[in-house]
Design a protein around this ligand. Structure first.
Ligand code: SAM
Length: 202
């Protein structure tokens, strides 16, 4: 990379972090972290996805889009990435920053994923990724999201979750009988990774 490219990548990253931190100051419990996930977390979390079988990828809580470009880089040309976030600051930022026609940023809660998926013309999602801070969400929101996620995933699809605590696993385990687990310490803070696979029989 040339020095000028390096400078522009660094300034892009700094402006992303600034927007992310602004969102954290507004809603600390909903954001749950002061800086975005690391590239190590992104790589490890996405590694098990079978991209050639993925038409619709959904992400909850994209923030400033740490996962969005890596997902778009791997997604088939006719695939779609729908991201859902409750914070208009982040949704507006993403709509400006990402101009890929396969990308759709929705302002709303992940609890409404079923309606959102159908409104984009799909019966189900192939993969759903979550960066939601399950342990600090309002009472009842986490279990509702886990249940709606299981209903809208296709059999054989997966719910990909990263979190600082293992709380999300409790919600996932009510619906997903096969959960794989990992850990990434090169992240602020180090985080737990879970892949909940929806069984073919569901
Ligand atoms: C820890 S941040 C995730 C940041 C980003 N995905 C990353 O890896 O850097 C959590 C995000 O979840 C969003 N959020 C919180 N509750 C939500 C909900 N019910 N539905 C959708 N997004 C939500 C917050 O606005 C915030 O963007």
């Amino acid at each position: 990379m040339h020095a000028a490219d390096e400078r522009s990548a660094a300034s892009r990253l700094l402006s992303q972090w600034r927007v992310f931190f602004q969102g954290f100051v507004q809603h600390p419990r909903m954001v749950g972290s002061i800086i975005p996930s690391s590239r190590f977390t992104v790589e490890k979390m996405l590694a098990p996805v079978k991209w050639d079988e993925c038409q619709l990828f959904v992400e909850y809580g994209p923030g400033v889009g740490t996962f969005c470009q890596p997902v778009l880089d791997r997604l088939p040309a006719d695939g779609k990435l729908v991201v859902i976030d409750t914070n208009p600051l982040y949704v507006n930022y993403l709509r400006e920053a990402i101009r890929d026609p396969r990308f759709h940023a929705v302002l709303g809660s992940a609890e409404h994923v079923e309606d959102i998926v159908r409104s984009h013309g799909y019966d189900h999602a192939d993969y759903i990724l979550s960066g939601l801070p399950f342990s600090t969400l309002p009472e009842g929101v986490g279990p509702n999201i886990a249940a709606a996620t299981h209903r809208i995933l296709r059999p054989g699809g997966a719910f990909l979750v990263y979190q600082f605590s293992a709380k999300a696993r409790d919600f996932m385990a009510r619906h997903f009988s096969h959960i794989e687990q990992g850990f990434e310490w090169r992240n602020v803070l180090p985080c737990q990774l879970f892949w909940g696979w929806k069984s073919d029989a569901s």
